[in-house]
Each structure stands twice: as C-alpha cells, then as structure tokens.
Design a protein around this ligand. Structure first.
Ligand code: ADP
Ligand code: MG
Length: 565
C-alpha cells in the first residue's frame, strides 16, 4: 500500500472503535485486550499512572474521583473535569483516549499512523466539531475529515447494496439519541435531515432500572449516594441480560448483606415506558424536515448499543410498522463507516465511485436589528444558511454601514432555529474594519461556507475594493486558543503512563513478538526469554532497571533484525 494509512475512529460517548479500509472492505481493529470496542473512559491508578478503556471502566464505580466517563458531552465547553488533583477539559480527556486508540491501532498494524477520520454526532455545532479536531491534534493525529455518525453508519450499510433507496438511521447510544433520514441513489449517500435528543441513551435506561431496584429494596435507599455507582453497574447488567433472555437476576454485596433482584421483560417495559415514549418525536421531526413520510422509507437501520434492547426494537417496529434492519452489529456500524471513509481519503480504487454528500442540521445566521415603534430593536436572528442544506454550501450576504463615519462593522454569528439570538448557540463575533464614509456608502459582501466537515469558514469583501480577506471568528466561547493547545500538549506528555503503555516500550515488545513469530526452535525460546525479562522489568516500574534492560534487549534484537526484517 503506497498511500499513507488512514484510520477511521468512532469517538463515542460510551464506547469508541477504530476501523480501516483493507482488501476492499472496512475492517475493525482490536485493541490491546483483543476487543473491538474500547470504553470511552480515562482514569488514574493508585500510583498515578494513566488508565484508558476497560481498566479505567473497571474502576469507575470503585474510584469515581480518579475516573472520568461520558466526557464527550462536554466537548466544546469550558467545563473542567478532575482526575485526582488534576483538572482536564473534555478535549484533553478525549485526546488521552484517542492517543490510546491510535497506539493500539499502530501495534495491530505494525506501522505508524498519523491520519484519521473521526466521526461526530450530526447535531454537533461548529464549536463542538472544532473541539473534536483539537482533541485529534492533541493526540498527535492529523484529522483529515470529520464525518457525521449517521452518515458513517449509512456508509457501512450503504456499500452493501448499491441501489436507489431512502432510509432512516436510528442511533441510540449510551447517552444520546440521533436520528437521520438518508436518500441514496447512484452511489450518492445523501443525509436529508437529522434530529435527536442529547439527553436520551442507554445510561437513562440504567437509571430507570436503578430506581426500580431501589423501590424493590427500599432499605437500600439509606445507603445513597454511596451505593449508587454499584447499583448502576448492576442495573446495566440486568438491562444487557434482558436483551438475551426474558428474565434476569443480579446480586449486590453491600455492607455484608446480599441484595437480590429479578427483573422480567414486562417489568422492564413498565419502568422504561417514559423513555421509550421519547423516541418518537425526533423521528417525526427528521421525517418532517426531509419531507418524507413513514411510507417513503425503504429501511430503518438500527445503530448504537442500546438498540440491542428488544424493548427498543419493538418500539421501532411499532413506530414504523415494520422490522428494522440490523445486519451489522449496531455498536460497530459507525466505526466501520469511518473505515470506509478512511479508504476514500486514501483514494482506494475500489470505492472511488461512492460520493458522499452530507447536511448540517442547524441553521446559521447573524444578529440583526429590526425597525420597531421605539426605534431599532436588536437581538433578532437572520438565518443565512438554512438547516439541512447540503454540504458543502456557500452563501453570501451584503451588509452596509448604518452610521456616518462608522469605522467597523460588528458581526455576531449564531447557530440554531430560534427567532431571537438569545435562544441560539453563539459561535463568535468579528469586527470588520471599514473606511469612514457616509452611512450606507460602504457595502460588504460576507460569504459563509460550510465545509464537508461541517466547519464554518467566513470570507469578506468590501464591494468597491479588490481586497478579499478570510476571517477568523474571534472570542469563541468554549474553544481552546493556540496557547492553550500548546500548554495541553505539554501537560498530556507529562502525564505518567505505565511503562508498558509508553511508545518506546510498546514498539520493542512488538518487535520482540514479531521475531518470535518468525523464528523457530532454540532461537525462538531465546527471544521468549529475553522478552520475559523485559516484561518483568516493565512491571517493576523501576525506570533505571527498565532503561538498562531495554538497552540490552535492543542490542539482542538488532542482530536478528538485520537478517529478518
Ligand atoms: P456510544 O455511541 O454512546 O458510545 P454505544 O453505541 O456503544 O454508545 O452504546 C452504548 C450503550 O449500549 C450502553 O448504554 C450500553 O449499556 C448499551 N448496550 C450495549 N450492549 C447492550 C445489550 N446487549 N443490551 C442492551 N443495551 C446494551
Ligand atoms: Mg455511537
């Protein structure tokens, strides 16, 4: 393969996964534990070493102050989250996870990776999308493309059948619900509309089951809030077990007492009814925006781990009057689609004829003033690019000065649907300098462009002058500045990592196991021995001993490498 390897990453709220395009198809990459799903959890162990994925999740209920999950919810905000005494932004925690995914993929492939496609929820606004790009940058990844999650899922499904069809992706993950309506024809995968609920996912079902558990065992309420994390863990187990069997039981050992629960489908249905009821509205909204009726749809694709629940599948079947498709694992489809997109970025010949168009689900506009009986009243939203317009899209608007000798025009940019700007997301503002003339004499053409990534670019031209300038939005709340990114890079590099997880040691372990695979007999046993000594040194976490042994292992491997690699 000559093109630089690109990987596709589903950076999920609950689970993340990596895929790439290989031998004409998207393929998932297993992490260092052999699993294709990596829990999106980051933590510290008792020695202060970083933990990522499953080992971090294992400590979520026992060491909540040293562990963080679901941080994707805070992408693009100033919210800080703590691990012990240290504070992090969501971009930084995501970067720690992305770095792990990247390194696991490198070990799996035996090759360096610098380029990635990362998926984002379709409802992410400009600030949140930029935050994902920043997280990738902090993880040492060149983010070649951001891809909407439902679009990724459609790509994974869409490539299986290349005929004209209309369908809906129904993605119920751990924390969010995301619906998209897609139109596919002649290799074009077109997202016609997206909608969703950012406060609805598998976690909420765990919470509902947890309440039921407390109602069943009211004495346990006295142990709140301490018992909550352990209860939620058991609630999750009950939920998953009920996807396989009509009845399930769990036990919890708490303060020398064993508490038991048995839940069946029917009871589960009752306690989750309010959540199931909330699935309908976003579906109707997306269909309405796409101007499709339920009958127009050829398929309904189930995406997201929570759609494994029979209760959810039944609700979907009732809503659509047909059974949904689930011929891909729902929690793997987004990553597989990102893998397809990674192949496109690498310009793999097998998928060159697939074109992808996408939409941005929020309208974009500027603040404007209106004439009112009391004079000019500001605070109104003037939409420039309507929601669900195909990407890339470019629209321009001409504005004129309103006062004599005005020297600047202030443009405030918002994303959303509200009539007044206070109901929308503020993206930032920009000050455009203009020559002082009489009111209305200076006209500016402002061009707003949404790129394929769903990111906003703004260009401005003064109509009577040849100068065209590209504008950067200033004062964006929630966005990291270049200086903050620089500081973060340093901070992330300084975090303590278990010697086994550090790149130089992982590379050496990888070389050792490659040699082991190639050699035979005594030489193979010798390598096995050398690597065992190295592994023991790594586990001792004694840096001087590690450096010493690493040096010797390098020398030992070098004599083989020349002849074998
Ligand atoms: P995200 O996109 O938010 O990262 P996923 O698509 O991986 O999330 O879905 C995670 C959710 O799916 C969790 O709430 C998890 O409990 C739920 N889930 C996973 N497997 C099952 C199952 N077999 N039955 C019910 N829920 C499941
Ligand atoms: Mg997901």
């Amino acid at each position: 393969m000559t093109a630089r390897q690109v990987i596709g990453i589903d950076l999920g709220t609950t689970n993340s996964a990596v895929a790439l395009w290989r031998d004409g198809q998207a393929q998932l990459i297993a992490n260092k534990f052999g699993s294709v799903l990596t829990p999106s959890v980051v933590g510290l162990d008792d020695e202060g070493n970083l933990l990522t994925g499953q080992p971090a999740l294992d400590r979520l209920s026992t060491h909540p102050h040293l562990t963080q999950a679901s941080f994707k919810r805070y992408m693009g905000t100033e919210v800080t989250l703590t691990l012990g005494h240290q504070t992090f932004r969501a971009e930084e925690l995501s970067a720690i996870l992305l770095r792990q995914l990247k390194e696991d993929a490198q070990s799996w492939l035996g090759q360096r990776i610098e380029d990635a496609v990362i998926t984002v929820p379709a409802y992410f606004n400009d600030v949140q999308r930029r935050a994902v790009k920043t997280a990738g940058e902090l993880a040492g990844l060149n983010v070649r493309r951001l891809l909407n999650e439902p679009t990724a899922a459609s790509l994974a499904f869409g490539l299986l059948e290349n005929r004209e069809q209309k369908y809906l992706t129904f993605d119920l993950g751990g924390g969010t619900f995301d619906v998209s309506v897609i139109d596919m024809f002649e290799g074009v995968v077109e997202v016609r509309a997206s909608s969703g609920d950012v406060q609805l996912g598998g976690d909420d079902f765990n919470e509902a089951i947890c309440q039921w558990m407390l109602n069943q065992q009211p004495d346990l309420k006295a142990a709140l809030p301490a018992v909550k994390p352990a209860l939620l863990e058991q609630a999750g187990r009950l939920k998953r077990a009920l996807s396989q069997a009509p009845q399930a039981s769990v036990e919890l050992l708490w303060q020398a007492q064993t508490w038991r629960w048995t839940l069946d489908e029917e009871q589960l249905g009752r306690c989750c009814q309010p959540l199931i009821a909330r699935l309908q509205q976003p579906v109707m909204q997306a269909l309405h925006d796409a101007r499709f009726s339920l009958q127009d749809l050829d398929h309904v694709l189930l995406v997201g781990g929570a759609t494994r629940m029979p209760l959810v599948r039944q609700a979907v079947a009732r809503l659509f009057g047909r059974f949904p498709r689930h011929d891909l694992h729902p929690d793997e489809a987004v990553a597989l689609g990102a893998g397809v997109q990674a192949g496109m970025v690498m310009k793999d010949a097998a998928i060159e004829d697939v074109i992808l168009t996408d939409v941005m689900p929020f309208s974009l506009g500027v603040e404007t003033a209106k004439e009112s009986p009391g004079g000019l009243e500001s605070g109104f939203f003037l939409p420039l690019i309507e929601r669900n317009t195909w990407l890339p899209v470019s629209k321009s608007k001409t504005v004129s000065t309103v006062a004599d000798n005005q020297t600047c025009v202030l443009l405030k940019i918002y994303q959303g649907e509200g009539r007044r700007v206070k109901d929308n997301v503020y993206l930032g503002e920009m000050n455009i300098e203009v020559p002082p003339r009489r009111a209305g004499e200076v006209a500016l053409e402002i061009r707003f462009t949404y790129t394929l990534d769903g990111l906003l670019e703004i260009e401005c031209q003064q109509l009577d002058s040849p100068n065209r300038s590209r504008l950067v939005i200033e004062k964006v709340p929630g966005q990291m500045t270049a200086a903050q990114i620089e500081q973060s890079l340093q901070k992330l590099n300084d975090l303590k990592r278990h010697p086994r997880d550090r790149q130089e040691n992982r590379d050496l372990l990888l070389r050792g196991s490659r040699l082991f695979e190639r050699l035979l007999g005594e030489e193979r046993a010798w390598i096995d021995n050398v690597m065992s000594v190295f592994e023991q040194a790594l586990d001792s976490q004694d840096e001087r001993r590690i450096a010493d042994v690493r040096q010797k292992v390098c020398e030992a491997l070098a004599s083989f490498d020349e002849t074998l690699l």
